[in-house]
Write a protein that binds this ligand. Structure first.
Ligand code: GRF
Length: 203
């Protein structure tokens, strides 16, 4: 399956997906990286992997819909079949989300539905939870919502800092995201209401 990845920053999850796709047995290939930030380090990762990329500055579009339409045109032109959001820090319009229904996934650094939105690690520490983690889910119009495909949990330790906890979660993100992409690309995810049912051993 042909995959487009939307990024805004560091791109460590993009890297995890690039690394997974480097295996010829992996059922997906990244054909386009789209960034809304010109100097995102993710763009260097794409270049190093030989993957085409495009930067579309949201500031040069009159509306969110116009920006999303431009992204959509690039994705369609590249023959993209699955879209992965990997640290993409823009809200998406309902029309864009609808047009990629069940073919767009996101990674979020919390065990959803807890801690939607930003600053998840600080909020987890503040809440005193003992388990934290990450979630890969299908994208629906509501932020950080949508059927959950994969989650991974980590312990919250007594002396944790935000950075230490973030690093522990990130390590799991880099495993969970390629796994979720593989399941989607293999057609093993069936959506039933709010639930994504995964047809694979262990799920
Ligand atoms: C990750 O923690 C991801 O879960 C969140 O934003 C961060 C992006 O990191 N959505 P990176 O750009 O993939 O390194």
């Amino acid at each position: 399956k042909r995959v487009g990845v939307l990024v805004s920053g560091r791109g460590s999850n993009l890297q995890a997906l690039l690394d997974a796709c480097a295996d010829p047995a992996f059922p997906a290939e990244i054909v386009l990286v789209v960034s809304n930030v010109a100097n995102a380090y993710a763009l260097e990762r794409a270049a190093t992997a030989g993957v085409p990329s495009v930067t579309l500055s949201h500031k040069s579009f009159a509306s969110r819909e116009d920006f999303d339409a431009a992204m959509d045109a690039h994705l369609r032109q590249a023959g993209v079949e699955i879209v992965c959001l990997a640290g993409f820090m823009r809200l998406l319009s309902a029309g864009f989300v609808q047009s990629w229904d069940q073919r767009m996934i996101n990674i979020h650094p919390s065990l959803l539905p807890s801690f939607k939105g930003l600053h998840t690690h600080a909020r987890a520490l503040e809440a005193g939870v003992k388990l934290h983690g990450c979630t890969v889910h299908l994208v629906t119009p509501d932020l950080d919502d949508g059927p959950i495909i994969v989650q991974a949990a980590v312990p919250v330790l007594a002396d944790d800092t935000e950075d230490a906890l973030a690093a522990r979660v990130l390590e799991q993100e880099h495993k969970a995201y390629p796994l979720a992409l593989r399941l989607i690309a293999e057609g093993r995810v069936a959506v039933d209401g709010n639930r994504a049912k995964v047809e694979a051993p262990g799920f």
